[in-house]
Design a protein around this ligand. Sequence first.
Ligand SMILES: *[C@@H]1O[C@H](CO)[C@@H](O)[C@H](O)[C@H]1NC(C)=O
Ligand SMILES: *[C@@H]1O[C@H](CO)[C@@H](O)[C@H](O)[C@H]1NC(C)=O
Ligand SMILES: *[C@@H]1O[C@H](CO)[C@@H](O)[C@H](O)[C@H]1NC(C)=O
Ligand SMILES: *[C@@H]1O[C@H](CO)[C@@H](O)[C@H](O)[C@H]1NC(C)=O
Length: 184
Amino acid sequence: MSAETASLSSTLLFVVLFVFVSAAQKNITAGSGQNVTLTCRAANNNILVVKWSRADLEPEYVLLYRDEQFVPDDQHPSFKSRVDLQDRQMKDGDVSLILKNVTINDTGTYECRIFMGETRSWKISSINLHVDPPGQTHTEDGSVGLIIGLSVAAVLLFVAAVLIYRKHKKVKKVNYESTCSSQS
Ligand SMILES: *[C@@H]1O[C@H](CO)[C@@H](O)[C@H](O)[C@H]1NC(C)=O
Ligand SMILES: *[C@@H]1O[C@H](CO)[C@@H](O)[C@H](O)[C@H]1NC(C)=O
Ligand SMILES: *[C@@H]1O[C@H](CO)[C@@H](O)[C@H](O)[C@H]1NC(C)=O
Ligand SMILES: *[C@@H]1O[C@H](CO)[C@@H](O)[C@H](O)[C@H]1NC(C)=O
């Protein structure tokens, strides 16, 4: 791969990643009764505390992990036996929350706070969840953005692949021609 092709494809890759990240919505819409995953990730495994909360329910929380265990004491009653971590081992820093059988009352802004052992600092992110009332056909706002993002990413990847392919073909042809001329 020539330097030119390399820089072109890395530029394209950057654009693709940018589109993909922008499309990863922080707003999620779900229908009543669905199980929802609220994504949150730490940079590594050195996690001391994970707290999922909603400002309007404080001081009660959605889920709390501290001192290597899940603390049920001040969990808001509506989340009892309805929440779990996607991966209780928190492999690769994954602390995404699964909220089962959602109702309209689960609509709100969820905050994910992680206390990291190395930096001894909090990493905070938030996700808006909107739950449609029962019976309403739900429109997946978040997914539409993601689908558009993925489609754009796919087109860009295709363009990159075609450009790289053409470049290679050209190089091959030149090599072939020079071989021929040296033989004659
Ligand atoms: C999420 O929704 C809020 C209002 O509901 C809106 O102000 C915000 O722009 C939305 N964010 C994204 C990334 O769509
Ligand atoms: C939600 O998860 C539970 C168990 O984890 C499962 O039994 C149920 O079918 C799921 N519901 C939906 C709508 O996917
Ligand atoms: C889901 O919640 C509704 C009411 O909120 C309840 O009637 C139903 O039994 C629940 N379903 C499951 C699978 O827990
Ligand atoms: C939502 O909360 C209100 C007030 O707490 C309650 O009356 C209602 O039954 C709840 N709705 C659902 C679907 O859980």
